[in-house]
Design a protein around this ligand. Structure first.
Ligand code: ATR
Length: 277
């Protein structure tokens, strides 16, 4: 008898996670006999929980806060992207071994290319606001895609400098947070990875008057979908990319790996997810 495929997402807390809704949509669309559940696991219990994957018949797990960075000691193997990003968002059980990988950078870049098809890495320098985990995934994917220059602006400059030190890539520059509006004049792409603009947070204060009109603004915030930054950018004719697509696209490789089914990110999925926001 073929066993039902079991997968899920692990976090602490986990109630906010949209991943079960997302994967369940695809399971239903493709009439697959699988399940994707949310597991609330304390950081100190993560190792034991992962060890139980074989006996619980769990094929794969997504990780969310605070597990992505602390999971490394419990894994048998980690792929190159996860190593570079310093975080794991997918754990797959294969032949009794736990493999860690990271699809956040893939989700970030695929969403950018789907929503801003005219943007390409060789068009010019890019800027990133923020220096947390999301920034790191965006930076890795943009450098791997070939951007010629990437400037990190972060409120705490030392954090941006630490990131630059980790990558040791001459294309990375660090800017002053206070000078962020002045540093936008040559860009092809601006990415916000900070929490500013998110529901309940202050808006991101940034004057786009020096920012080229042909350039793209990508805000990885998805609640609300149109942040004040994107509203400002849209009003002056910039191509705008919101953060929902990154969340949706990062799930595609996991679904394929665990349920053996290729899936699409389309308008009906976006609509289904927006109803839950
Ligand atoms: P994640 O891992 O999800 O990216 P994080 O590590 O908490 O989250 O990072 C949040 C980002 O938002 C950081 O770049 C943070 O700046 P600091 O490194 O200075 O903390 C940024 N951020 C949060 N609140 C901010 C604020 N009020 N003004 C400017 N940046 C802020």
């Amino acid at each position: 008898m073929i066993k039902k495929v079991k997968a899920g997402v692990v976090g602490w807390p986990i109630s906010h996670s949209l991943s079960p809704r997302l994967h369940s949509f695809w399971l239903q669309r493709h009439s697959l006999d699988g399940e994707y559940l949310a597991y609330e696991v304390k950081p100190e219990d993560l190792g034991d929980f992962l060890k139980k994957m074989p006996e619980e018949n769990i094929t794969g797990l997504n990780l969310t806060v605070p597990h992505k960075e602390i999971v490394f000691p419990f894994l048998d193997d980690v792929d190159e992207k996860a190593e570079k990003i310093g975080a794991v968002n997918m754990v797959t059980l294969r032949d009794g071994r736990l493999l860690g990988s990271n699809s956040d950078g893939y989700g970030f870049l695929t969403n950018l290319k789907q929503c801003a098809p005219k943007w390409s890495a060789e068009q010019g320098p890019v800027a990133i606001f923020g220096a947390g985990g999301a920034a790191r995934a965006a930076i890795v994917s943009l450098l791997d895609d070939g951007v010629p220059e990437l400037t990190i602006f972060n409120r705490t400059k030392e954090r941006a400098e630490e990131l630059a030190k980790i990558f040791q890539d001459p294309r990375i520059k660090v800017g002053h947070w206070q000078g962020r509006s002045q540093g936008l004049s040559e860009l092809s792409l601006l990415v916000n990875t900070t929490i500013l603009g998110m529901k309940g947070q202050s808006p991101l204060d940034c004057d786009l008057s020096h920012f080229p009109q042909a350039a793209t603004v990508y805000d990885i915030v998805y609640n609300p979908l149109e942040t004040p930054l994107l509203k400002q950018a849209r009003g002056r004719g910039n191509v705008c990319v919101d953060g929902l697509g990154m969340l949706l696209h990062q799930a595609v490789p996991a679904f394929k790996a665990w349920f053996s089914q290729s899936v699409e990110v389309d308008e009906s999925l976006r609509k289904h997810m927006l109803e839950a926001l």
